[in-house]
Design a protein around this ligand. Structure first.
Ligand SMILES: N[C@@H](CCC(=O)N[C@@H](CS)C(=O)NCC(=O)O)C(=O)O
Length: 230
């Protein structure tokens, strides 16, 4: 069994995707958290873009980019979660490739500096949700992306669906209520132990602290809003 170290910033959603996969595969790993503002030289030497995640294997090889890491882990560690059927696999891969666009549509409002920018940012959310809702309906009845079997697509979206839930608690958006399959999928993933790298209330508090520090328009609402995971 290989020795894995996952290099991380505590609240990074891209790291979380790989941590989720390692947990889904019951694979032991060292979770090494570093500070974004103080990236050590040993990390800079193994991360070509200076980004997390990096998966260090047997103190020898270093992989970067969460999708590449997750595909590698899926090839190396059973059970294989990517579908065996080539068509299903290509469709899964295509939906995983949509995550960066989905993530910026759904969490972009957290970075808006003014109320006008916030309003413009939240206009992006229904379109992104609708695309995913249609994909979920095409895929079947859930509760996961491919039905009963957990997949790389579930691991890829879980961190971003979780952040939408956090943002909705800071200032009510309510957009997900209009997309029942997406809502059910999100609830399933939020309940799943593998989604969580930290106790839920602790993690939501970390997320809120980052949002507050960012001083975006949304930051002003944090103190008044209750975190449901508390
Ligand atoms: N496409 C990358 C994104 C990774 C990423 O953006 N990581 C952020 C932290 S959440 C990072 O390391 N940012 C540091 C930087 O941009 O300098 C992946 O999927 O791994």
């Amino acid at each position: 069994m290989a020795k894995y170290m996952l290099v991380s910033f505590k609240t990074c959603p891209w790291v979380q995707r790989s941590a989720i996969l390692l947990r889904e595969k019951n694979t032991a790993f060292e979770f090494r958290h570093i500070e974004p503002d103080n990236r050590p030289d040993w990390f800079l030497a193994i991360s070509p873009h200076k980004k997390v995640p990096v998966l260090r294997i047997d103190d020898k090889d270093s992989l970067f980019e969460s999708s590449a890491i997750n595909e590698y882990l899926d090839e190396m560690v059973s059970p294989q979660l990517h579908p065996k059927d080539p068509i299903a696999r290509a469709i899964n891969r295509a939906w995983t490739d949509y995550v960066p666009t989905f993530a910026s549509a759904v969490t972009g409002c957290a970075y808006a500096a003014t109320e006008a920018d916030y309003k413009k940012a939240i206009e992006q959310i229904p379109g992104a949700f609708e695309r995913l809702e249609k994909a979920l309906v095409t895929q079947g009845n859930g509760p996961l992306f491919n039905g009963d079997k957990y997949s790389l697509v579930d691991a890829a979206y879980a961190p971003f669906l979780q952040r939408y839930v956090f943002l909705d608690r800071v200032k009510k958006l309510g957009t997900m209520d209009k997309f029942p399959r997406l809502k059910a999928w999100t609830e399933t993933l939020m309940k799943r132990a593998s989604t969580h790298s930290f106790p839920e209330a602790e993690f939501e508090a970390m997320y809120r602290a980052n949002l507050k520090k960012r001083n975006s328009w949304l930051s002003q609402f944090i103190d008044g809003a209750r975190a449901a995971a508390e």
